[in-house]
Design a protein around this ligand. Sequence first.
Ligand code: BTN
Length: 325
Amino acid sequence: MATEIRSKLLKMFTEAQGGFLSGQKISEELGCSRTAVWKHIEELRNAGYELEAIRRKGYRITKIPNRISSNEISLGLKTEALGRRIHFEESVTSTQKIAHQLAYDGALEGTLIVAEEQTAGRGRLNRAWHSPMYTGVWMSLILRPNLPPAKAPQLTLLTAVAIAQAIEEVTSLRTDIKWPNDILINKKKTVGILTEMQAEADKINSVIIGMGINVNQELEHFPEELHSIATSLAIELGKPINRAELIQMILLKFENLYHSYLEHGFYPIKLLWESYAISIGKKIIARTITGTLEGTAKGITEDGVLMLEDDKGHISYIHSADIEI
Ligand code: BTN
């Protein structure tokens, strides 16, 4: 269906405030035949709308789909640059993969890749990221900061703060951040962040920030092995969330923090990150690729590296690991 026809039709239904619209009225206002009206109604159904049809009364919408589209994200978006260009697809292998290609082809800073489903979503350490249709937020953001590659991990921590702030704003749920990039609610993983970059020796070309947010899944949407360790915002809140609104809020929080970061450096972000951090001051186990370390998490360095103190007072600097609290 042409987007203008759909918009017009949806506007008419909105104005009818849940009441019926006769086929006659729709055909007059859209300037099309009754058969064409029927076709447009079927197309709305295919797009996830539920409509009741009663003879002599007409049609009324009984359920609006909770789907995302470029339009829904753009309408009401309050950012200057982030998300102003959206590449949206129903189903992709991985938004990271598309983002890398677009970045390589010269996509501008702020370009956002969003999909309703990922068939090969990727997590850290080459793990799979479960990304079922119409339930979560699966997106990748392209940034082009003028920074040395060593600073890129700071952007992961900035992203975690932006998402934590946005979740709190939209749902009032309290979130915790587990170093470096997991957002937990009631100790269960709700968000994962994957930061990757295209860089030369001393200069970042692009940073691709992948964000996976479990939003409207019910427990049965998760594979059995994740039941005890993962959750969604809807499970924690007890009702579904408007995903387009959440995306808009993440982009807005992100842009504010990103501007602050580029202007004032990492320190203000570090303070915010620490206010959400769940592991600082606690005994943790860090599994790195070279081995397992145990100790107390002392905090993060100016570069976002985790400081772990063992029982002899020796500090290890952890750049990448899986943390067990
Ligand atoms: C993790 O915690 O391991 C990171 C998970 C990151 C998942 C997101 S979903 C959108 C983007 N596309 C991917 O394939 N991965 C990231």
